[in-house]
Design a protein around this ligand. Sequence first.
Ligand code: PLP
Length: 479
Amino acid sequence: MNAEEFRKAGKEMVDYVADYLENIRERRVLPTVQPGYLRQLIPAQAPEEPDSWQQVLQDVERVIMPGVTHWNSPQFHAYFPTGNSYPAIVADMLSDAIGCIGFTWIASPACTELEVAMMDWLGQALRLPAAFLASAGHGGGGVIQGTASEASLVALLSARARATRRLKQKHPDWLESAVVGQLVAYCSDQAHSSAERAGLLAGVRMRQLQTDNNFSLRGAALRRAIEKDKSMGLVPFFLLATLGTTPSCAFDCLPELGAVCEAEGLWMHVDAAYAGSAFICPEFRPLLDGVGLADSFNFNPHKWMLVNFDCSAMWVKRANDLVDAFNVDPLYLKHDKQGLVPDYRHWQIPLGRRFRSLKLWFVLRMFGLSGLRAHIRRHVALAKLFGELVGADRRFEVVTPVTLGLVCFRLKAKNEVNEALLKQINDAGRIHMVPSKLRQTYILRFAVCASATEESDIELAWGEVRDQATRLVGPPDRL
Ligand code: PLP
C-alpha cells in the first residue's frame, strides 16, 4: 500500500468505523460463535502472494465481526466501560503513524513532554494534591501505564524496593531473600484480582482484609492486621486501597487507612480504575478525600473518560522511588539531557512505550472538562434510572447504593435462581451483563458502559430483565 492507496483505504476504514459505531445497536451484543470458529474462516498459512485491500476489508465482516463482543454497544452492561470516542481514535491513528518508542526523552521529546503536561492537566482536573504534580517541583509526577494492573504492580515493586532498602540498613547481614520473606502487603477482600496477582508476581504475602458492611476497608481492620503481623515478626509495608471496587463500586476509607499507613510507614497505593474519572465532577470529588495520604494513585481514563484503551493514569509523590526500584543504565539508553526531564523507562515495567498522551490531549481539548463531566453525569443518571426501575418491581432488590454508573441487584430468591436469570438473559443476547458475589450472595451487575447509551436503552435493558424474570419466576404478584 503506497501513500495514494493509503489515502483511499484510510478513508474507507474511517467510513467503516463510523458506520460500525453508528449502527452498533443492530448487532448482537454477545457473539454466538463457538471456540475455534475463526480458524475455519481463514487459510491455514499466510498468503504467499499479497491479497488486495478490498479482500482484506471484506474479511473484516466475514471473519472478525461474528466473533466480536461489542463493548461499545449501548446493550453492553458487563464489567466496567471501556472508553471510546472519535477524538481518541484519530489520536491513535497519529500515534501509530509517528510510531515512536518514547522510552527516554531523546527517543522522542514530544512523547515525554506531552505526557508530563497531560498528567498535570489531568491531576489538576481531579484536584490532586500538588505533591503529585510534576509542575509543583516537589519530585512527584504522573505517568501513563498500560493498565491499572501494571500500575499496582509498579507501586508494589517500588514499595518492596524501598522496604527492602530500609530493612537492609537495619540488618546488613540479612540476605535479600530473607528480607523479602518478612514483608506483608494488604488489600481488601473486595480488591480487584490484579492485587492478588501483583502479590504473586512480586513474591510477597498479600493479605486480603475483611471489609465492613458497606464492603469498605476501614482503618481499624488494617491496624489489627498490622499488629498481628508485627507480633509474628513480619514487616507490613504496603496497602492497596480501592475506590470503586469491581464487585459493587464500594469505597475504602482513605482518611482512616492513610492515617494508619502514615503512622506505620506503609506505602499506600490507591486503585480507582473505574471510579477515578468521576472525580473531575465536584459532587464526586469528596470520594477521593484522603488521597493526600497516598504514595501513589491510579485510575483508567480508558475506562470512563472517553479515551480508548490503553491509558492508565498513575501519579506518585516521589518519582525517585520508582526510578531507584527499576534503574538499569546501559550505555545505548543514555543521553546528555538525563536528569532534566523524566525518562519514563524508569517508571514502568517494559522498555517500549506508545505515544498514549496524544489521545488524552485530543480528548481533553475536544470535549473540554465540561463535556467530560456531562458524560459522567449522564451515565450516573442512567444508572440511577435503572436502579429505580429495578427497585419498583417487588421481585427484585438493589443490593448496594447506586453511587456512580453501576447497579448491583438480584431477585429476592436463592443464588441458583439469580444464576438462572442471568444465564437466560445472556443466552437471549439482547443485553449482556456479568455477575458478582458479595460475601455469599450472587448478584447481577448492571454497568452503564457505552457513551451512546440513552434512556431508551436503559428501558430496553430493564424490559429484558423484567420479562426474563417473569419467564423464570412468574409475574410480580406471584412471588
Ligand atoms: N482495579 C479495579 C478496581 C478494576 O475494576 C479493574 C478492572 O475492571 C482493574 C483494577 C483492572 O484494570 P486493568 O484492566 O486496567 O488492569
